[in-house]
Structures are given as C-alpha cells and as structure tokens.
Ligand binder design. Structure first.
Ligand code: GDP
Ligand code: MG
Length: 178
C-alpha cells in the first residue's frame, strides 16, 4: 500500500576515491522483486523501494558530492538536502578517515538543531593487507561523532545491503520517536 511507503533521501559523502559511486551503483543495480530502479533526477541519483523489517521504504540515493560540474549540486546543497547521510572513507586511506570526521562536524554545523541519521562507512574492507584504519578505530570514531558504524566492501558486496537497511532503520527510529 502506498501509505506504508516511507520515503527518504540518502546523500553519500566522503573523499574522492573511497567508493561512494561503487556503493551507490550496487544500490542502483541490485535486483529484487520490488525493484523499481529508475534515474528520476539524473545520472548520480537512484531510486529504489526496499523491504526492511517487512515494511517498504523508498530511498533516493544521491551520489552528487564529487560532481562539481555546472548544473550539479554544490557541497552546501548536499549538506542541506539529505534526510540521512552515509559518510564514507576507505580503510586503506587514513586521510579519508580524517576527512570523514571533518564532514561530520561540517554537517553538524549546517544542520544544527537536527538529529540526522548518519552512518560512518569504512569501505574497501576486502583490501586487508592495505588496511590503515582498524575496525576498533572506526567504531570509536563513530561513538565520538555520534553516528552508526559499518565496514563494507563494494568490490565483494559485503555489508552493502545491510548498510542501506541500516540507514532506513535509523530514519524510522527517529520518525517513530516523534
Ligand atoms: P568515489 O570517488 O568515492 O565515487 O569512488 P569510486 O566509487 O569511483 O571508487 C574509486 C575506486 O575504488 C574505483 O577504482 C573502485 O573500483 C574502487 N573501489 C570502490 N570500492 C571498493 C571496494 O570496496 N574494494 C576495492 N578493492 N575497491 C573498491
Ligand atoms: Mg564518485
């Protein structure tokens, strides 16, 4: 039923090269019986309806962060546009991990009074021998930044579905508590 559909805009942010587009692409390309994949708004936005905990949720994923072409979204607009955020770093790149913290702080400044669902995402966890950021550090950082944490691999599709389900649950928790 249409009335059971929740709807939310998830913005993917993070340093260049960490795997934002790879993660968004898996979301866009994943097939299931509910699949509703269409590019409504352009090349870097994807809409799908998922079933999470038996309830439908329509998500629009915006992979608009890096694309600073004319006519695209500014980073300021991205900071304003999301109902929820995936802040992505690469576990093989410490600088991208530090950038993730900066982005969290920037988001807090931009959306001061709001309690926005955020997941800190350590991507490329398949690259075990190139790891520069431990799981413990990632998890501790998420506690400090007051957000959820998950490690993913877009390359081997590890935890990618779980990440999108997780953000839906975070959005619902906040809506249900209002
Ligand atoms: P973006 O700049 O954040 O959008 O990053 P991309 O999605 O373009 O990915 C940058 C590079 O990292 C590409 O060569 C991807 O194939 C690679 N990549 C992305 N995710 C993973 C991952 O989970 N594991 C590995 N090994 N490579 C990845
Ligand atoms: Mg990209």
């Amino acid at each position: 039923k249409e009335s059971e559909c929740s709807f939310c805009r998830v913005v993917v942010i993070g340093e260049t090269g960490v795997g934002k587009s790879a993660l968004a692409g898996i979301f866009a390309g994943a097939r299931d019986s509910m699949d509703n994949n269409c590019n409504l708004f352009g090349d870097d936005t994807y809409e799908r309806t998922l079933v999470v905990d038996g309830e439908r949720a329509t998500i629009i994923v915006l992979d608009t962060w890096a694309n600073q072409d004319e006519g695209s979204w500014s980073q300021e607009q991205c900071m304003q546009a999301g109902d929820a955020y995936l802040i992505v770093y690469s576990i093989t790149d410490r600088a991208s991990f530090e950038k993730a913290s900066e982005l969290r702080i920037q988001l807090r400044k931009t959306r001061q009074s709001e309690d926005i669902p955020i997941i800190l995402v350590g991507n490329k966890c398949d690259l075990v021998r190139r790891r520069q950021v431990s799981v413990t550090e990632g998890r501790a950082c998420a506690v400090v930044l007051d957000c959820k944490f998950i490690e993913t691999s877009a390359a081997v599709h590890h935890n990618v579905q779980e990440m999108f389900e997780g953000i839906v649950r975070q959005v619902r928790l906040r809506r249900d508590s209002k």
